[in-house]
Design a protein around this ligand. Structure first.
Ligand code: HEC
Length: 139
């Protein structure tokens, strides 16, 4: 009889553990480069970088592109050259995509995982592809 009352508590405890796990900001990327449109607009990407869109904050609020590291985020000057060397086996494009939609997967040395983590939800795949096209011009 006692067992009968303990089960719900166990189930509840497991549910709560699951919830805590979901709040982890270092989530996996929800999609890959192959899911992105191949037609991309650099100018649209630049606009998104500078102004954001709706609930998606502008990248510029944290990142510069002039080489001056911000107080809380690295400059993205020359990211087009560096992106392909950041993670073994990741192309520049894949690294940039993961940096945008799953920023906790690879955290730049000297920084913490404080980047906005919902771009996968707040931007369309087309917008993310345009942003990547723009980042690939920063060399
Ligand atoms: C709230 C501040 C913030 C915003 C907004 C933000 N970032 Fe970041 N970003 C960071 C921080 C902090 C890091 C370093 C830690 C890490 O790697 O996650 C970073 C890392 C990166 C990196 C990896 C840089 C490297 O040298 O390897 C890229 C690429 C990047 N961000 C792109 C973007 C883009 C594109 C946007 C806009 C869509 C954006 N970020 C918006 C804070 C921000």
């Amino acid at each position: 009889m006692k067992m009968f009352f303990r089960w719900p508590i166990l189930v509840l405890a497991m549910l709560m553990l699951g919830l805590v796990a979901c709040q982890d900001d270092s989530k996996e990327a929800a999609f890959s480069v192959a899911d992105l449109p191949t037609e991309r607009d650099v100018e649209v990407g630049k606009g998104l970088f500078e102004r954001g869109d709706g609930d998606a904050p502008a990248c510029k609020t944290c990142h510069t592109t002039d080489g001056e590291d911000g107080p809380s985020a690295p400059s993205l000057k020359s990211i087009a050259n560096d992106a392909g060397d950041r993670v073994d086996g990741e192309t520049a494009e894949a690294y940039l995509l993961n940096s945008i939609i799953a920023p906790g997967q690879h955290v730049v040395e000297g920084y913490r995982n404080t980047m906005f983590s919902k771009y996968d939800d707040k931007l369309s795949k087309q917008q993310i592809a345009d942003l990547i096209a723009y980042l690939l011009t920063l060399n």
